[in-house]
Design a protein around this ligand. Structure first.
Ligand SMILES: [Zn+2]
Length: 499
């Protein structure tokens, strides 16, 4: 039984079973040429326009290793705290499927370029060190399109089309060690790991890491075993998961499904599975090939890769500041608590806050506007924070207007309204909408007097010593001036009048 009729509730499943997760992440490198030929690697080119005899596997052609791809892979390995092999070879992975015209794929098998590293991730206040088993280099396969038939799969299709533009594009595979001990947090740890890895790769500039375009995709391994058991369970591998949310859902679903299988006294089958994005469920694919099915052997057409220690050290010294170090530095500079920093990261606002601070805003103000009003607007419109039509410089100017007393928070929100509606820079919007704090006593006094006259009971309270009640009168003044009164000055005038 691989498809139980009902799942075990998640909380119940993780109370009785311990999950172990593992992630294999495929990263398309952003080199300009393919792995073993000079063909271009641009996304979205006309089908079969970026091909040559080498990547089509025509007789007599010979591959040549792209040194830029080797360099990118070493930099990834160094950023993930891996050891770098001083000598390793590519291997030929044989399989007969038309997405690879050579009938084999050049990959790395038992001699990966980078091994035995780690990447730290955090979920809330839980810190997990995810071990990295290996980082190896291979070439991507072509893309098949099965036309006709109901499922888009080859069964029942009228015919199939193949696009070999992707065949031969350098692909790095980052494989974690099994990660036990995460308990109920397993889905979130998996997501946090892929998020952190994506940030590292983006910082290194080795890939555009666009999950929706397939330049970063994950195979998600999950097994469960009864709590307290010393042996791990049989794992399944959910293939080609292509969003952060889906990584989390795939782990969660597999825990619930495998718990139902074990509860029924059945065995989990080792197999590959497919995630259905619409329902968040997985279904059985083929049973997983064993390594011997591929009959690996060292690729005879390529020289071994032997990066010199000097070169590796040069690459290590030239690594950029990595995301975790950068976050720690910015958090210290901004003097923000852990929770605020985590919220900024979750909202994708770290770069925006950094630029807003660089434009002159206080860190606390930058955090307040991006995580408050602007995040609310972004969520309302269903867009990323960075996609709002407001620049960090504009937010810094709004914060400055508030800091100098020219605007209060309410008026500042109205200024943001105008900016989001495309009415221009903060100063233009403030002028056009007449958004200015009224602190002129003449204008304020009439509103103050009206508020006092309209609230005799409040006035009596204040006169009897309950000065906190003055807030009611300030509120009345704010309302009468449509939020434009200088609240501090209004309070002073009220107390003077009643003094
Ligand atoms: Zn080519």
């Amino acid at each position: 039984m691989t498809e139980p009729a009902t799942l075990v509730a998640y909380d119940d499943a993780v109370a009785r079973y311990e999950p172990v997760i593992g992630l294999e992440t495929h990263v398309e490198l952003g080199t300009t040429a393919k792995m073993f030929c000079g063909c271009p690697t641009r996304f979205g080119a006309e089908p079969n326009s970026a091909v040559c005899p080498v990547c089509l596997g025509l007789p007599g052609s010979l591959p040549v290793t792209n040194v830029a791809a080797i360099e990118y892979t070493i930099r990834i390995g160094l950023a993930l705290n891996c050891g770098i092999a001083s000598w390793c070879r590519f291997a030929r992975k044989n399989y007969f499927y038309p997405d690879m015209p050579k009938d084999y794929q050049i990959s790395q098998y038992d001699e990966p370029l980078c091994t035995d590293g780690w990447l730290d991730v955090s979920v809330g206040d839980q810190h997990v060190r995810v071990g990295i088993e290996r980082v190896h280099l291979e070439e991507d396969t072509g893309k098949s399109l099965h036309v006709g038939g109901a499922t888009g799969r080859i069964h029942g299709a009228d015919y199939s089309l193949f696009d070999y533009n992707r065949a031969g594009i350098p692909l790095v595979e980052v494989v974690t060690k099994p990660v036990p001990g995460t308990g109920a947090l397993a889905p979130e740890v998996a997501r946090a790991y892929v998020t952190e890895l994506r940030d590292v790769l983006r910082t290194l500039g080795v890939s555009d890491v666009r999950m929706e375009e397939g330049s970063l995709r994950c195979d998600v391994n999950v097994s469960i075993a009864p709590a307290g058991s010393s042996a791990w369970g049989t794992r399944t591998e959910t293939k080609n998961v292509n969003s952060l949310r889906s990584v989390e859902r795939a782990v969660r679903f597999e825990i619930q499904r495998q718990a139902a299988v074990l509860d029924a006294g059945q065995k989990v089958v080792q197999e590959t599975r497919h995630l259905h994005e619409d329902t968040g469920t997985t279904t059985s694919g083929r049973s997983k090939e064993e390594a011997q099915d591929y009959r690996y052997f060292p690729e005879p057409d390529l020289l071994p890769v032997a990066p010199s220690p000097d070169w590796v050290e040069e690459l290590r010294a030239a690594l950029p500041e990595l995301p975790a170090a950068r976050r720690a530095r910015l958090q210290a500079e901004w003097e923000l608590p852990d929770l605020d920093m985590a919220a900024l990261r979750h909202a994708g606002a770290i770069d925006l806050v950094e630029q807003t601070v660089a434009a002159g805003a206080a860190p606390a103000d930058a955090r307040k506007w991006w995580l408050g009003e602007l995040l609310r607007r972004a969520n309302e419109s269903g867009v990323e924070l960075a996609a709002l039509p407001v620049t960090p410089a504009q937010v810094a100017r709004v914060a400055e207007l508030v800091a100098t007393g020219a605007l209060n928070d309410k008026l500042a929100r109205q200024a943001l309204d105008g900016m989001l509606a495309g009415e221009g820079d903060p100063d233009q919007v403030v002028a056009a909408r007449s958004l200015a704090v009224v602190s002129d006593d003449g204008e304020l006094l009439s509103a103050v007097d009206a508020a006092i006259a309209a609230n005799p009971d409040v006035v009596a309270k204040i006169r009897s010593g309950k000065t906190a009640a003055a807030g009611v009168l300030v509120g009345a003044v704010m309302k009468a001036t449509r939020g434009q009164a200088d609240a501090t000055r209004a309070r002073e005038l009220i107390m003077e009048r009643l003094g």
